[in-house]
Ligand binder design. Structure first.
Ligand code: GLN
Length: 293
């Protein structure tokens, strides 16, 4: 892409040029992204700004536009992204927090609030930025939350978010591999497990959007059928939950039946599914039977 020449342009004209450059690069939602890039480069909302761009602002906006036109995720360019009502550090090496995931967090929070236990023990497995574990801590402040993550690059963001995203709130971070580390925990020690595991199938991994291809494969690749992590989470992790405890899982939009079936095979009860705000199946909830059930 030729470098955009934006110096001296009025905000609206600059915005239009950025949007057109993004459209030419097939960026979805080019108008939204153009406004975000303007805000990042100029520090003002383009719809409220009236001053023509200085040379410095123009150079910065042109550079950000070139990165986005190269299909770098907007979240990586911004370096931070909102989830629910707080902000997370994000960048190359960690999965971007997505609005789709908010419904998973809300489902877990509702279960915890209904449980009547103000200090539940919660595990967020495959935590990435920590959006789920931190979201639970945000709305259930007494929860004892531990976020687990395997990737060293993702752990750097997770540790930073655990310190900074919710000032004053303490969330533990553990480096570990979800596929084996259930062996390190005492049985029946958790009240709720939440996870947004890697769940894309082999075929989906071959057909990623350019932005998703820049995100870590480790956070996306759920094995040939996409279900490797669900087998482990509904299998051996079950013994880590206390009877009556809940497993709350983000799923791909076509995985509801497969994950509910894994739950039934492994003896979970009260399986259900919630949709995200785009109307897609997104969260599966499974309960470990109480002893008398
Ligand atoms: N929702 C992501 C996507 O479709 C996948 C996230 C995951 O595998 N946990 O790009």
């Amino acid at each position: 892409m030729a470098e955009l020449q934006l110096t001296g342009l009025a905000p609206r004209a600059a915005l239009r040029a950025v949007r057109q450059a993004l459209e030419q690069a097939d960026v979805p939602d080019a108008a939204f992204d153009a406004r975000e890039l303007y805000r990042l480069a100029v520090g003002k909302d383009p719809r409220l700004d009236i001053s023509p761009l200085t040379a410095e602002e123009a150079a910065s906006l042109a550079a950000l536009t070139a990165r986005r036109a190269g299909r770098e995720p907007l979240q990586y360019i911004a370096g931070q992204w909102d989830f629910l009502d707080f902000t997370l550090a994000v960048g190359p090496g960690v999965l971007c927090p997505r609005a789709d995931t908010e419904v998973v967090c809300e489902a877990a929070v509702k279960l915890l609030q209904a449980s009547g236990n103000p200090t539940p023990t919660v595990l967020d497995l495959c935590a990435g930025t920590g959006c789920l574990g931190l979201g639970i801590k945000r709305f259930v402040p007494g929860a004892r939350v531990t976020c687990w993550e395997k990737s060293p690059e993702a752990l750097a963001y997770l540790r930073r978010n655990a310190r900074q995203a919710l000032p004053g709130a303490e969330v533990a971070v553990r480096e570990g591999d979800v596929l084996t580390d259930w062996q390190t925990l005492p049985p029946e020690s958790a009240d709720l497990i939440v996870s947004n595991p890697p769940y894309l199938t082999g075929a989906e991994m071959q057909a990623l959007m350019p932005e998703t291809a820049r995100e870590p494969a480790m956070a996306l690749d759920g094995g040939a059928d996409g279900l490797v992590f669900y087998r482990c989470l509904t299998g051996p992790w079950k013994q880590i939950l206390r009877p009556g405890g809940w497993l709350v899982l983000e799923i791909g939009y076509e995985q509801r039946e497969a994950v509910l079936a894994l739950g039934a095979e492994n003896g979970w009860v009260n399986g259900s599914c919630r949709q995200d705000y785009g109307g897609n199946d997104r969260a599966v909830l499974l309960q470990k039977p109480r002893n008398r059930e």
